[in-house]
Ligand binder design. Structure first.
Ligand SMILES: [Zn+2]
Length: 415
């Protein structure tokens, strides 16, 4: 990894897509001390900085690095349970967890590598008790590891004890991390975390000004569990007696204070109607859209266009390799582009700047503009057609990145 400190470098390619402003042909980014110092035509950036080192990527485009708003690094694709209904899949997952834990280091290292090679520069990862944090931290990506906790086995098993335990764990995990990697709390789901623990965790993290990750309104079985206390998840978690609330998962989440601008809610796929969209918009919660996972596990299509129209921040998430095909966020985004009939510009924004907005990190990453960290992906494609953003997205989806740069450091380069 190159050290970016004190160095000025110009990265240039046939096309530059800053996302926050229009595409630039023969564009260039000046990077200084890990941050973007200026953006423009190569000739102009070069003239103003004749001493800077130049990295030229011909036949390529430079775009902001992908921001993955919801991923799990602990799985490798070969070992996964078969796709099917969500509850059947989850049963298979639970059966495999103990065996999987033995491979955690290798899986998470390989998974993070896959994401980096696909041009990911920021990842929100969720794993039990933050188990994947060391591997995220070593990957070169910036990001957050959200530590999931399961109240019955955490602390003294009371809601207070469990939340105290995970808050302590997260602050312990936060020590000695690279500057742009942190640890936060995740309330795993409405069927694994009781309402009191969830409410308390949401309140405590919000008081601390910290982000919170949740899975919400994902599967038909979750919907049945929360509303009626019945169905496949109720069968698995029969001891979790708090279902049957008579409310949809979104209304339930709202009622216990889970929904707030600091919260990133993954999926929002099943049972999200007009009323739910209104609640989500009012609360300011952000959404992580994982269309491939939803399709693979028998969940509904998330009403993303309507959510975006309502002003809800939406980013893209790959989920993990046991529920989806890859950790390539651009590939995930192309699925969303086709599913919702988005143009390439919308797709590129969703994969980058909108993801950063969803996670509240848009001041530091998500677009190529002066002052932000130099986080970008170099993709092999000289765009030629009418929807150049879509061509670039497709190239990144199919072939990954030629180079991935995080905070000015080249963390991946295909030689
Ligand atoms: Zn997930």
């Amino acid at each position: 990894m190159d050290s970016a400190v004190g160095k000025r470098s110009i990265f240039t390619a046939d096309f530059l897509f800053p996302v926050s402003s229009g595409a630039v042909r023969d564009g260039a980014v000046l990077v200084k001390d890990g941050r973007i110092a200026s953006v423009g035509k190569f000739s102009e950036v070069r003239e103003a900085n004749p001493d800077a080192e130049v990295r030229e990527f011909s036949g390529c485009a430079i775009l902001p690095g992908a921001v993955n708003t919801h991923a799990h690094l602990s799985f490798r694709r070969e070992d996964g349970p078969e796709y099917g209904s969500f509850s059947e899949w989850l049963l298979g997952l639970i059966e495999r967890l103990e065996e999987n834990d033995k491979r955690l280091a290798e899986n998470a290292t390989d998974g993070a590598r896959e994401a980096v090679e696909a041009g990911t520069t920021f990842m929100a990862e969720s794993s039990p008790y933050g188990g994947c944090l060391p591997y995220l931290a070593r990957s070169g990506m910036a990001g957050t590891c959200f530590a999931e906790f399961f109240p019955h086995e955490s602390g003294d098993g009371t809601p207070e004890g469990a939340v105290e335990f995970i808050m302590g764990k997260v602050s312990e995990l936060g020590e000695g991390l690279p500057p742009r990697v942190d640890a936060r709390v995740s309330v795993h789901s409405p069927y694994t975390v009781d309402p009191e623990s969830a409410r308390l965790a949401a309140r405590r993290t919000r008081e601390a000004g910290e982000r919170l990750a949740i899975h919400l309104s994902e599967s038909p079985e979750e919907y049945d569990f929360v509303t009626e206390g019945t169905g496949g998840l109720a069968d698995i978690f029969s001891s979790n007696s708090w279902g049957a609330t008579g409310k949809t998962p979104v209304k339930y989440g709202d009622g216990i204070g889970l929904l707030a601008p600091e919260t990133i809610a993954a999926h929002l796929a099943t049972g999200v109607g007009e009323e739910e969209i209104e609640i989500l918009a009012r609360s300011g919660v952000a959404a992580a859209h994982c269309p491939r996972s939803n399709e693979n596990l028998g969940c509904d299509v998330s009403p993303v266009p309507a959510m975006m129209r309502a002003g809800i921040r939406v980013g893209m998430g790959t989920d993990g390799l046991w529920s989806s095909q890859s950790l390539n966020l651009f590939e995930e985004t192309m699925v969303a582009v086709k599913l919702h009939n988005f143009d390439g510009e919308t797709g590129l924004r969703l994969a980058t700047l909108e993801g950063a907005r969803a996670l509240g990190v848009e001041d530091e990453t998500g677009s190529i503009e002066a002052g932000k960290y130099a986080d970008f992906a170099v993709v092999e494609v000289p765009p030629s057609g009418s929807d150049t953003e879509r061509e670039v997205l497709e190239a990144a989806a199919e072939n990954g990145a030629v180079a991935t740069v995080v905070g000015g450091d080249i963390v991946h380069e295909r030689l």
